[in-house]
Design a protein around this ligand. Sequence first.
Ligand SMILES: [Zn+2]
Ligand SMILES: [Zn+2]
Length: 427
Amino acid sequence: MDMKKQTKKIVWERSKYQMFESFANELQEFTKNGTVPAHADQDAQYCLELQQKRLKEKNLELEYVITPRGLFAEGGGIHKTWSDDRYASRMEYRTCRLERTFCRGGKPVFRESRNMIFYQTMTEAWDSQAVSEDLYACPNCGAIRPIGVLQKGCPYCGTHFEMSDLFPRVTSFYFIEDFGKTQKELKRSIWKTLIPVMLLAMVCFTCFFYQDPEVGGQWLPSILRGFFAGILGGAVFGYPIWAFRQLGAMVKNAGKAVPMLMNTAGSGKRFVTKMQKYSPEFSYEYFSGKVVSLLKMVLFSKDAQSLPIYAGGPSDDRFADLVDSSYTGAAALKNFRVHNGQCEVTVDVYLENIYAKEKRVFSKDEKIRVHLRRDVSRPLDLRFSVKQIRCRQCGGSFDAVKQRNCPHCGSEYQLSGEDWEIVGIEG
Ligand SMILES: [Zn+2]
Ligand SMILES: [Zn+2]
């Protein structure tokens, strides 16, 4: 093979200007040593912390190893963007290999390695003036203060922040399986089939020639003839075997995807058109990212009813054993209606979930029906966070996940339409 043609190894480096790569590194580190990704926003961090707690309860350690590969290892493709009056979001993706290992007491109990498309949604502020009144949790001490105040110096810890220390932030992320192969991967997969077939053919042909009266039981000429016949025969038989296996894999993957496509076909477009009547900045990428993050929060929470974004019944016991959850990229709109200024939506979200039951760790494809609600008379806030709440009674700020009641005036916090909330989940 021509060595010059081989592409250099791509490495995702951490840098101030490479949000995507920085976050990918932080996510790996988080699974190794528990350092919360600094480039993730408060709610995304909280979601990771909830999952980490669940893993600890189950006596498991989960490690992610993310290796760039494939057609979009260095980015590219079209990035979707959307915005409200103060914030702009952008969805970026790269192709990579994701290796997930679950360990118990340092011993691997479940491992999965797959080619993935890694999606990240990043949210940025339009300009510092417009958002100076908005709340932000001090990245150093966690105190919740307006952005303008944090820029002058946090009143609690004294740290000054530049706008670039606060934005952009990763507000949601997920991995979707990548069935595409690069030329190099395709070649490697051909050789992986051809070489064993050729070796087998060489042995068979050698034995055949050895018995042939013309060669008459001599090893060397039999091996020589067998060698060339094996290469030829291996290629002739091996290639159809490889092609057949590729076809089998394609049918298998398509079989997996068909029920989802049937459900989702057109649902994204239909939903977005309807929703945009109520909030013009609405997009499918925004909504699916939101649903996935909210759902993960609820599924990993020990007591979902304590979450401000959840207004449903007590948590389903079934999800108490959930240790990792991946969105497959398919979500189907089942129901949509606007009633008294409240928008009610039912979506089926397709997930690949990993459960830990007693000693067993296993993966399961699941469809979860989620009922959501939002007050559409209020404008959409792209950076709404349950970790940064302003009390409607007294204006005080607090973390609504840590406490339901305002620490300043004691009134109970109710999300009631400030953002999407989950009102029910069906397994
Ligand atoms: Zn501070
Ligand atoms: Zn209050």
